[in-house]
Structure formats: C-alpha cells, structure tokens
Design a binder for this molecule. Structure first.
Ligand code: ADP
Ligand code: MG
Length: 693
C-alpha cells in the first residue's frame, strides 16, 4: 500500500490498523453510498435542501470563530457566471484559507442549508475541486458523475480514499478471476476485474438508486463472490472433517441402560431426537462436529450428559467448557448430580483455583481417573493433558472463538465436538457462522412450564413491581433483581448499581426476606457460595449484575426484575429472562426502564411481545444488524465487505448451492485444487477458516 502515490509509510500504517494492508484490500473496500453529482446547478435555482454540483468563482473569503470561539469557520462567497452569489461554509477548516483564495474557480458539491440567525441559505461543508481554465468543468474524480462515498478511516477522509482507490485501480493491471468459469457463465456475472472497477466507478447508465441498493451487476458479483468463497471454505472444512479418522463410539444396550439409570426425568421428544442424531454421529469413525441449539431452559444439559455417558462407557473422558466460572461451577454441580448414580468422577478446573488445586485436578485428568472434566478457559492451557479425551462439549459457543474450538481438538486424538448454544440463530446467520457444523435443534420445552409473563414498567411505577415481587416471595418463590452496574458511577448517574440497591432492598424494600448480592467482582468462592445459597433457597432475593446471564438454573425462582432495562441488548434481556420459567410455576419478567431511546423502546416492545428466542433474534437483526447481536469479534462472524447476511440472504443461499455442487462436481480435480489454493491465499485469514486435520 505504501508505494501507492500519496500514501507513504505513515498513512499506510494507519490504513493497515483498519485492515487495509494491500492494494488489493483497497480494491475491495466498498463504497457505502453513492452520490449523484452529474447535475450542475446554477446558483439562481438553488433551494434549501438541494444538493448538486456548483461551478463558481471565489469572490471573497473570511475566517471567523463561532460558538464563543470553540469552533473556527471558514467561509467563501461564491459567484457564478450569471453574477448570482452563495455562501459556502466549512467547519473547523482554518487550513482552507491557503487553498481557497479569491479568483479561484471551483466545482463544489454539497447540500444547501438554511442559517436561521443570518437568515440566508449557504452551502454546508462542500467537497470541492479546483477547475482549470474557464470552460466547463472537466469530468474529474469528484464531480460530474456518480461518485462513490467511502467510510472515513480515522483521519483519512472519504475524498482521500476515493483518490487512493482510483490509483489502486490504475495500478492494478489485472485481477485474477478465480470464480469457476461455468458459474460465471450461468449467472452471467461480470468478470472480477470489471466488477471491481465498476463498483468504484459506476457506468453512466446506472441510476444512483440502483447503486445505493447494491443491485448493480458489479455489486451482485462481489456479494456472490464473498458468499461463494465463504461457503466453499466452510463446506470444504466440513468435508475434511468427515474424512479425518476419529473415534467410533459404540452404543450398546448396556449403555442405553446406563443412560436410563442416570435420567432424573423423561426426556422430551426433542431431546430424544437430538440425542439420536448425536449418537449416530458419535458412532461414525470420523469426528463429530455438531451444534446443539435450544432456547434457554430447553434442557440441553441433559442431552449433553447422555452423550457423555456414551463416551465414558466407551472408555473415554469428556471435557465440558463453559464461558464463565459461575457456569462452570453450575455445570459441575449438575453433572455431579446426574452422574452420582453411575459413579463417574467429575472434576472442575477454573482460573481462580489455587496452583495446588489446579495441579491436583491436572493429575486426576492426566491419569485418566477423572471421567468428566468441567472448566473454563483454564482447561485450554497447554499444561492440561488428557488421558483419553473422547468428547468435548462447548457451552455457549458464541463466547469462544473458533480457534479455541480447534485448539481443544488438537490436544489429543481428534475428539468428537458438541457445541451447545442458547443463542437463537436465524438460518442465514447459522449458515455463515456454523456452516461447517451439523445442527440439532431442541424446539420443545420440558413439560409443565407455565410460561413467563413479561411486563414493561417505567421507573415512576416501580412500586407496583416491588408489590408484585412481594406477592411471589410470600408464596415461597424466589426473585432475581438485575442492575447494569456493580457500583455507583459518576460517569453514569442514570444507572443504578447492584451494590447500592442491594442495601436498599435489604433494609427498605424487602426487610422481611433474605437478600443476597452477586456480581463479577466478588471472589470466585464467594460467588459460588451465594449461588449455592440461592439454589438451596437460603436466599429469597438475588440482587445481581448480568453475571447470572447464562446457564443458572434455579427452578423455584419465578420473578426476574431488570432495572435500567433500556441499557441491555435484546439477546442479553432474553438470556436474563430465561433464568425464570424453569419450573412448574407461572413466572414474571418485569422490565423497568429509565430514559428510553427509539431503539431501546423497540427492544422492550419485542421482549413484551415475544418469548421466542428465534423471533427475537430476527427482530434484533432488523433493529441493529448482525454484528451487534453476536458481537462480531466474539462470535467469529466472518468479516464480510460487500455482502450483508440479512439483506442478501437469497444470494447467500444461491452461493451455498453453487459451492456445494462445485465441490461435488470437481471431486479432486486440478480445478478444485486451484480454487482451494485461491481460498487459502485470499480468504482464509479473514474468514477464520483455519486449516484443520
Ligand atoms: P438449557 O438448555 O438452558 O441449558 P437446562 O439444561 O439448564 O436448560 O434445563 C433447564 C431445566 O429444565 C433444568 O432444571 C432441567 O433439570 C429441566 N429439564 C431438562 N429436561 C427436562 C425434561 N425432559 N423434563 C423435565 N425437566 C427437564
Ligand atoms: Mg445451559
């Protein structure tokens, strides 16, 4: 990049920090919008709200301060050939005084706004270009055509980026087109070379609307391109996995009997179906790579425990990875409970254990004595060695990177992997994130659930909430009350904290009940203890931060109060709500909000209207986009540039179909190997499709 004219080492460094490393990266940096700058407007015709290209001469300029000196304005009085005048104004642009001087001819593009104080229209912060000679403006990069607008990168302006992209296009002699020939032909796709050029420099016969909807042939090709290689990579990974030798577990009648012995209750038919799929995978002589998806409270743990029995009875160990210590402890306790009858030794390993404790656990794991090993990231440390790891169960996948999944796999004999998630994933997203996994869905709740009534209250009406909570407590139920902060913060005076509200609840609101406090800053042992006491019903009310978000299972708790609910994301609200409604009691979720935004109102409304995680995930995607819901980084969601998983779902499905038939058709041909090499060179890093096996 640094050898591109006008870039240089310093700027190259800045661009690199944002993921633009090579000239190729620049070629594939998409404009996020297009502006129609084909129309030239005489100043006489100009009205407030319009935008267009203006050709004029600078009559005079001045620099002045504004907002009590906080800002500097640079203004130029423009005059066109009819003698009409208009003021152009730039904010914080003192430096322009050297560039824009009286007598200079300019082509400008901007929006006409109205200044109430001065009672005049003006051109607000226009882009401009000096025009040579006195004839019509030549067609330049920034004027007289439909112009691509790029997202600024730090201090690098959209206009600068437009120049760099243009130079990159000029410098790039040829862009290699790796898309299989017959796909190009069938879909009549433009060549990659043409597509890249046209997306930055659209042909004159396309309207700005078509371009802004990303429906030009060039866009279609580039969107298809991204999806095709992504799906190709995922399918290839999946196929490779199916060829890698793995453990073929047997499921004998004796083992079936053991599973029955363990079960504390009758599995739902959805649980049975999931187990059947898992058992079939486990029986195959290749590693299982399966996602177990089920809404909060659907009973995934039970299915995981059944799978564990199969592995253990075949003489292997089972590792269970949890995203938080609290959840690891919780799994540890419930699995211990499940496996008591089968006398499997269960151990737990977390970051907060002492070195001595860890050493002990490590020994139990390495010797093969421990059959079930529950843990947090601590389990992934290099010095942890399994004797015979056969099955790895990963809970709440979206908190673990794909890499970790693989790392775990590399420790030993390629165990089977079962990923559990309560994050409801709409199909299109599931394809892009989990395209390499087989999926089982638990779409049925255990019997006897009474449902959760969700209500919205404003801060002013909070008294009604405490009364409702009091009524539930009086009948012997328990309640969670959630706050966004641990401690009061001067930075967020609007937010309530668990610490302060704990005291208030204990002393004023619920003095006759046993109130506990939980948050992430407590030492691990204390967290465990509080959780245990709440589980044993030695506490009636648990005041907490979101540390209880995932996994906690206390069926007697029937009330969830979330204060400052406007501050939480939809996925988080739904997870929190999932802490109640887990037993036979009718349950309540009270969302209490302070000052709302439009987006938070939409979220709260969605929560009140629906208890279905999948519906909520779709709703959230509509409200905020995929990155927000899953936290792009954490989820390992691929970084797509042109494509959008929601808006372009039809193209995604098509690309997946094409990738699949390409793989099947080509078997092991030279063309396939070429495509694979291209994938590795160009897309692997970005998509996190790290080589396996
Ligand atoms: P999640 O899918 O959120 O991890 P859990 O595995 O924690 O859900 O199960 C939620 C609750 O439902 C637990 O209390 C569990 O014991 C109970 N449960 C699970 N399966 C059944 C079943 N088939 N019948 C009755 N209760 C069940
Ligand atoms: Mg769970």
């Amino acid at each position: 990049m640094q050898y591109l004219k006008g870039v240089g080492p310093t700027l190259a460094e800045k661009l690199k920090a944002k993921g633009l490393e090579t000239v190729e990266d620049l070629l594939f940096y998409p404009p996020f919008r297009y502006e129609d700058r084909t129309r030239f407007l005489p100043l006489r015709q100009i009205r407030e709200g319009q935008s267009g290209v203006i050709l004029a001469m600078v009559a005079s300029t001045r620099t002045r301060t504004w907002r009590k000196g906080a800002q500097v304005l640079f203004e130029a009085e423009l005059q066109d050939e009819n003698g009409d005048r208009l003021l152009a104004r730039w904010y914080n642009a003192k430096y322009l005084a050297n560039e824009i001087v009286p007598g200079l001819r300019l082509a400008l593009y901007g929006k006409v706004e109205y200044d109430f104080q001065a009672a005049r229209t003006f051109l607000a912060h226009p882009e401009f270009e000096a025009v040579a000679g006195d004839g019509d403006a030549e067609l330049t990069l920034d004027m007289g055509r439909i112009v691509p607008v790029y997202e600024a990168i730090g201090k690098v302006t959209p206009k600068q980026i437009r120049r760099f992209v243009q130079r990159a296009i000029e410098a790039a002699r040829e862009i290699h087109d790796a898309m299989p020939e017959e796909i190009l032909r069938r879909f009549r796709l433009p060549r990659i070379d043409k597509a890249v050029r046209e997306v930055h420099d659209p042909p004159a016969d396309l309207s700005v609307e078509t371009l802004n909807q990303r429906r030009s042939p060039a866009h279609w090709r580039l969107i298809f391109e991204e999806f095709f290689w992504l799906e190709f990579g995922l399918l290839r990974k999946q196929r490779e996995m199916k060829r890698t030798p793995g453990i073929a577990f047997e499921l004998t009648d004796l083992i079936r009997e053991k599973i029955k012995q363990m079960l504390p209750f009758k599995p739902t038919s959805a649980q049975k179906r999931a187990l059947k799929q898992i058992a079939e995978d486990m029986a195959k002589p290749h590693p299982m790579n399966r996602l177990l998806q089920g809404d909060v409270g659907s009973g995934k743990t039970l299915v995981a425990a059944e799978a564990a029995v199969i592995a253990i009875e075949n003489g292997y160990q089972v590792a269970i990875l949890a995203p938080t210590e609290l959840l690891a402890t919780q799994h540890y306790l419930s699995l211990q409970h499940f496996f008591r009858r089968l006398s499997y030794p269960v151990v737990v390993m977390t970051g907060s254990q002492t070195a001595k404790e860890k050493a002990q656990v490590r020994k139990a794991v390495a010797s093969g004595w421990a059959k079930v090993i529950v843990g947090t990231h601590a389990l992934l440390e290099k010095n942890v060695e399994f004797d015979r790891l056969g099955l790895a169960i990963i809970d709440e996948q979206h908190r673990f990177g794909v890499l970790q999944r693989l790392f775990l796999r590399q420790k030993g004999m390629v165990p089977d992997v079962l990923v559990m998630t309560a994050t409801p994933i709409p199909r299109t997203l599931a394809l892009t994130i989990y395209g390499d996994l087989d999926v089982s869905v638990i779409d049925e709740m255990p019997p006897g659930r009474k449902g959760i009534l969700t209500r919205h209250y404003s801060q002013q009406a909070i008294r009604a909430v405490w009364e409702a909570v009091g009524r539930e407590l009086a009948t012997g139920r328990q309640a969670y009350i959630i706050y966004p902060l641990v401690d009061d913060s001067e930075h967020s005076p609007d937010l309530k904290s668990a610490q302060r509200m704990f005291e208030l609840h204990q002393q004023k609101v619920f003095p006759q009940y046993r109130v506990g406090l939980m948050h992430g800053q407590l030492p691990a042992s204390e967290k465990d203890e509080v959780m245990e006491r709440f589980k044993r019903h030695e506490l009636d009310v648990l005041v907490s931060t979101t540390v209880v978000e995932v996994g906690l299972d206390v069926p007697n708790a029937s009330v969830m109060v979330i204060e400052n609910a406007e501050k939480f994301g939809l996925a988080q609200l739904h997870q929190l709500r999932g802490r109640v409604g887990r037993g036979a009691h009718a349950s309540y979720c009270f969302l209490v909000t302070g000052k709302q935004t439009e987006v938070s109102e939409q979220r709260i409304r969605a929560m009140v209207e629906s208890g279905d995680g999948f519906r909520l995930a779709e709703a959230d995607l509509e409200i905020r986009g995929p990155g927000e819901f899953f936290g792009t980084r954490q989820s390992g969601l691929p970084q797509l540039r042109f494509a959008h998983v929601l808006k372009d779902r039809e193209i995604l499905e098509m690309a997946r179909g094409e990738a699949r038939s390409f793989l099947e058709r080509e078997a092991d041909s030279v063309r396939l190997r070429e495509a694979e090499r291209y994938l590795e060179d160009h897309w692997q890093r970005r998509y996190g499709l790290v080589q396996v096996g």
